[in-house]
Design a protein around this ligand. Structure first.
Ligand SMILES: N[C@@H](CCC(=O)N[C@@H](CS)C(=O)NCC(=O)O)C(=O)O
Length: 191
């Protein structure tokens, strides 16, 4: 199996954490620079991660997780409640990625234009719900949803897209798992 990605992507990191301790090849690409042409040969949507297993490419981290579960028995199947939590996590990540790419494009994301107001609204209400879910004990087990919550919070903090002081429960969750060996080994701060 080959995983194509980059160390700073939270979608790639969650997949690496799911695969921790298992044999696979990890190909790192700078998708916004010299790695872009290689990426184009692997996926028309030009997003990472991509998993290649016996010449079968799989796009999208959530589909990759389902594939790994169904084909290789890695991780556990998700309940519908867990699928909903995953949808919330992915929605926040997509909104944060859009804000980051906008900022890198020189756009002011703090203005009241509709597209940015909608993202900020979604991020705020979703993070409040995720804090509540953590308090309820719904991310207690280190399974795929907890891995994805961890990589979301840690990446948003690393990119300074959220202030963890506003989310003490999420900060506590992040700090609780920060010392895991595979978490340290995949820290995006090391590039
Ligand atoms: N839904 C996708 C999202 C993947 C994604 O957005 N990856 C980012 C890196 S963090 C990316 O490749 N962005 C490139 C782009 O938007 O052009 C997944 O879960 O794999």
């Amino acid at each position: 199996m080959e995983l194509i990605g980059s160390n700073t992507s939270p979608f790639v990191r969650r997949t690496r954490l799911l695969l921790a301790g298992l044999p696979y090849t990890y190909t790192q690409l700078d998708i916004y620079a010299e790695g872009r042409s290689t990426l184009a040969t692997q996926t028309p949507i030009m997003k990472i991660p991509v998993l290649i297993d016996n010449e079968q490419p799989i796009y999208d981290s959530r589909v990759i997780a389902r594939y790994l579960q169904q084909i290789h028995g890695i991780g556990e199947p998700l309940s519908w409640e867990e699928e909903n939590r995953m949808t919330i996590i992915d929605a926040v990540l997509d909104s944060l990625v859009m804000l980051l790419l906008s900022q890198r494009s020189g756009l002011d994301t703090s203005t009241e234009v509709m597209i940015y107001r909608l993202q900020r609204e979604r991020i705020k209400s979703s993070l409040a719900t995720l804090e509540h879910e953590v308090l309820e004990g719904n991310f207690r087990l280190w399974r795929y949803p907890a891995i994805c919550l961890y990589t979301l919070i840690d990446w948003a903090d690393f990119r300074e897209l959220i202030n963890l002081r506003d989310y003490p429960i999420l900060k506590g969750f992040r700090d609780e798992h920060a010392k895991r060996e595979e978490v340290i080994a995949t820290d995006p701060r090391w590039g």
